[in-house]
Ligand binder design. Structure first.
Ligand code: C5P
Length: 242
């Protein structure tokens, strides 16, 4: 994915963590302003793959944040279906191992090639360590290294498997940019414009800080979706970045 020549507005991904009805209302409002939306498990499992087409018709690129993690054969099939549904980007857990990550890539390419209307294969990005996992939580599942070391190990594995990028916190973005090189997709959630409510996010950066640290894309949810005027909130963030 050639993201480097894109405008700031086109590198902001709006997380639609809401009901299907609310997602459509928000999509209709943000159409023509935002370029990307993120659909997570809650919305996807409520409506299924048709949400991809619904969002495409509104002019959005779709990031399906389904965080796949299963045996390689299953992940191959899931990636194949996701590509056929027309998603532009999706996520897999790097801790599923190199064979599983390679299967996700292969499934994505095959699904896009098999789609009736020749599609671009979706980009595949790896989840490293969930931010809900701290050192104690990692130790409880048998991982004795620090979260930072584990993030680095898994990001390298994803890179070796040929994935397009990773999702990480803005705090890790600079280190990950150095590790993965200039072209990798580095998506950072935990982004809050100055003065915005933190919600349940604790380690946050402003949109400008996240881009400066090396993020290619920012995921922003509630500061836009819960604003009194979501379009104005989006445009303000994009204008500040430009
Ligand atoms: O509303 P908010 O801006 O906090 O939304 C951030 C989005 O990024 C949510 O969809 C959340 O699930 C996701 N996310 C996150 N932290 C991670 C990974 C994903 O906040 N480490």
């Amino acid at each position: 994915m050639d993201w480097k020549n894109e405008s700031a507005a086109d590198r902001i991904i709006v997380a639609l963590d809401c009901s299907p009805d609310e997602a459509i209302v928000l999509g209709e409002k943000l159409a023509g302003h935002a370029r990307w939306v993120k659909i997570g498990m809650t919305l996807y499992y409520a409506v299924g793959p048709s949400i991809v087409n619904t969002m495409h018709k509104l002019g959005f690129k779709v990031f399906l944040d389904l965080k796949l993690h299963d045996i390689p054969h299953q992940v191959y099939g899931a990636a194949n279906s996701i590509a056929k549904a027309g998603a532009d980007l999706f996520t897999v857990h790097a801790c599923g191992g190199k064979l599983m990550l390679e299967s996700a890539e292969r499934g994505a390419h095959k699904g896009a090639a098999e789609a009736p209307e020749e599609l671009e294969p979706p980009a595949v990005c790896a989840i490293t360590v969930l931010t809900s996992m701290d050192a104690d939580q990692l130790a409880s599942v048998g991982i004795e290294v620090s979260p930072a070391e584990q993030v680095e190990r898994l990001a390298s594995l994803a890179h070796e498997a040929g994935l397009d990028g990773i999702v990480c916190s803005p705090m890790e973005a600079a280190q990950m940019r150095e590790l993965l090189g200039p072209d990798a997709i580095i998506i950072t959630p935990g982004v809050r414009p100055k003065g915005a409510a933190l919600g349940d996010q604790s380690r946050v950066a402003t949109p400008a800080e996240a881009f400066e640290a090396g993020a290619s894309h920012l995921v922003i949810g509630r500061p836009i979706t819960r604003a009194a005027d979501p379009v104005a909130a989006f445009d303000e963030i994009a204008a500040e970045l430009d």
